[in-house]
Design a protein. Structure first.
Ligand SMILES: Nc1ncnc2c1ncn2[C@@H]1O[C@H](COP(=O)(O)OP(=O)(O)O)[C@@H](O)[C@H]1O
Ligand SMILES: CC(=O)N[C@@H](CCC(=O)OP(=O)(O)O)C(=O)O
Length: 300
């Protein structure tokens, strides 16, 4: 009995320590916007999606304003494969054709945004609202290419967000709602044409425009590895100067992700973090504990 009581006491001690550790962060982020990028690789099963929706509701009811930008790379590739269309990535970006841009839109804003908003809304009807980058002038895009092995390459209908009109997002936030944003944008140079925007880069552009207190990117690795795939080389904190030096050596999906973190922090967002979205509720540890998780990008 004595041992049982002792164990119970220990458990209570741990619980209260965890709760009270969150106080400085609750104060720091009170009524502030945190932009959360939910990667396609981090939403691979229902349990992870439900945990994510729970976390967004948690942040909301803790007095923080989460704004979600989601990806969907693997889901787009799957849908394209079902249609007999191969996926090609160059420098971490999907080469996008007039045929595939329709699939990108359909998967991102037609399926994933709606599904995520629905899951969040299970916690309170109407809490989340799906908004596409094509709605109400949210994003304006301009075509971009990539550089692979020092050579410029064409990506087709892929763009950068060069203009953000955050009115729709701010209205939603002020109404106490959680925007769930799909990364697709009208092409400012070709009216009627849409561009496929990498979701990390869309999240960075939005975080800068909103003056977010933090950008958190959930993916399928523990963070940024200095010497990928050496698992002993996880970086816990890196400043923008060091990241700028490391960027040319990065591969595949990490290129847009770390470019996004760099742009966000250089654009005035105090911190950007890459965390493991395969761990349910990892974002709560990132936001509410001293040590955080994953890799944090900070100004010099
Ligand atoms: N230096 C690195 N550190 C961590 N992951 C890396 C690195 N270089 C390449 N990667 C790869 O990048 C992937 C994450 O990018 P991506 O697949 O685009 O994720 P998401 O769908 O979350 O945007 C990791 O799963 C890993 O395979
Ligand atoms: C241009 C480009 O590559 N767009 C991405 C958009 C989705 C995305 O970024 O999804 P993840 O975050 O899951 O990678 C794509 O078509 O896959």
């Amino acid at each position: 009995m004595g041992v049982f009581r002792e164990a119970q006491g220990l458990e209570v001690g741990i619980k209260t320590a965890v709760l009270i550790e969150s106080l400085p962060w609750l104060k720091q982020f009170h009524k502030k916007i945190i932009v959360v990028k939910f990667g396609g690789n981090a939403m691979v099963d229902d349990e992870l999606q439900r945990a994510f929706a729970e976390d967004m509701a948690y942040l909301h009811f803790a007095g923080i304003h989460p704004v979600v930008v989601h990806g969907g790379g693997p889901q787009i590739s799957k849908r394209l494969a079902e249609l007999g269309i191969d996926s090609e990535f160059r420098g971490g970006y999907r080469v996008t054709t007039p045929e595939s841009i329709e699939v990108v839109r359909d998967v991102l804003s037609g399926t994933i945004s709606r599904d995520l908003a629905e899951l969040v809304n299970e916690h309170q009807p109407g809490l989340a609202v799906a908004i596409s980058g094509e709605d109400r002038g949210l994003f304006g895009g301009r075509r971009r290419g990539a550089v692979v092995d020092g050579q410029p390459v064409d990506l087709g209908l892929v763009g950068d967000v060069v203009e953000v009109d955050a009115a729709a997002i701010l209205e939603a936030v002020e109404a106490g709602r959680i925007p769930v944003v799909a990364s697709i944008a009208p092409d400012l140079d070709a009216p009627g044409q849409s561009l496929n925007i990498n979701a990390d880069s869309a999240a960075a552009a939005l975080a800068i425009e909103l003056g977010a207190a933090k950008l958190v990117i959930l993916t399928d690795v523990a963070g940024l590895y200095r010497d990928w795939p050496n698992r002993d080389s996880l970086i816990s904190i890196i400043d923008t100067e060091e990241l700028t030096e490391l960027l040319p050596a990065l591969e595949s999906g990490m290129i847009p992700k770390m470019t996004a973190c760099l742009e966000a922090v250089e654009g005035g967002v105090a911190k950007a973090a890459i965390i493991d979205g395969r761990e349910p509720h990892s974002i709560l540890l990132e936001v509410f504990t001293h040590s955080g998780v994953g890799t944090e990008v900070v100004p010099v």
